[in-house]
Design a protein around this ligand. Structure first.
Ligand code: SF4
Length: 290
């Protein structure tokens, strides 16, 4: 579902997180718009989100095991026709392993929650809030209600991270809590991450489900961070200077080969990225833009 249009410049929580992680990466992704290839982990994440969306959209008493098998098959048929899945070029054992690893994430979900008991308020809900000369906006994956009130939550198909390493995830979800406060006139009391990766019995429930309270302090922090990032992006865009942040995460950065911090030439990124995606699209039997 596309985001509604806005008169104000808009930042999404993921854009803010990208800029905070590395301004140069933000430039590659959002300013130069260098086309990239999807990773298997990204597509698996989208697939598992889709199956759970189909399941939890059903009435509570209809969220049975048979229904989840049906939803898995529905989502599978959708993904077999989606560009991001086809660009992975999976076949044979690799494709079977993809579906099996997705099933394993869904088994992990069943070990931490009974879908018939999930009190879902909204799924994939668009929320936004103005912050002066710009706005923040995005889709909440899952808004639920427990005994204490609203909770903004999300699934991660990665292995569980301890609470103190989940800061980025919590910050991202707290932006959504801020948007709920404005848009729904109700402030969620917590943000929550459901980690669905990792092997069977490897992690107990309290490591898979991690939460952080939403407080006036955490809301002010994300509000201030969003304003600071918006100002820094505007300055970087007018000066053309985006700083690099070299860390071990560079090993997983899609743009490392063109990154000036690693001896790359950023002026080649767009053309070479476009050519690479074009080659993969041909291999996948997908149309290539002229
Ligand atoms: S390789 Fe590292 S420094 Fe360069 S853009 Fe990526 S994250 Fe930033």
């Amino acid at each position: 579902m596309p985001a509604p249009k806005s008169k104000l410049p808009r930042l999404s929580p993921s854009r803010i997180n990208t800029f905070l992680g590395c301004a140069m990466k933000y430039r590659f992704q959002y300013v130069e718009a260098v086309p990239g290839l999807p990773s298997e982990a990204m597509v698996r994440g989208s697939f598992v989100h889709r199956v759970l969306e189909l399941l939890l959209t059903r009435e509570r008493d209809e969220r049975t095991i048979d229904a989840s098998r049906e939803d898995f098959e529905t989502a599978k048929q959708e993904f077999l026709n989606r560009d991001d899945f086809r660009l992975l070029l999976l076949s044979g054992d690799d494709e079977s392993a993809f579906w099996e690893s997705s099933r394993e994430c869904l088994r992990a979900y069943y070990r931490i929650e009974r879908p018939t008991e999930a009190n879902i308020v909204e799924l994939e809900k668009w929320v936004t809030t103005p912050l002066g000369e710009f706005e923040i906006g995005g889709f909440i994956d899952r808004l639920e209600r427990d005994a204490h009130g609203l909770v903004v939550s999300d699934y991660k198909t990665s292995r569980p991270k301890p609470v103190h390493y989940s800061t980025d995830n919590f910050r991202q979800l707290t932006y959504y809590a801020l948007m709920c406060e404005t848009q729904l006139n109700e402030t969620p009391h917590s943000v929550r991450v459901y980690y669905l990766g990792g092997g069977k019995d490897e992690f107990p429930r309290d490591q898979r489900v991690v939460s952080q309270a939403v407080t006036p302090t955490t809301l002010n922090e994300v509000r201030d961070t969003a304003r600071r990032v918006f100002g820094n992006i505007s300055t970087a865009e007018s000066s053309g200077e985006f700083s690099t942040n070299v860390t071990k995460l560079c090993e997983w950065c899609d743009y490392k080969e063109w990154c000036p911090a690693h001896g790359g030439d950023l002026t080649r990124a767009r053309e070479e990225g476009t050519a690479r995606v074009g080659i993969r699209r041909r291999e996948a039997g997908l149309p290539v833009a002229p």
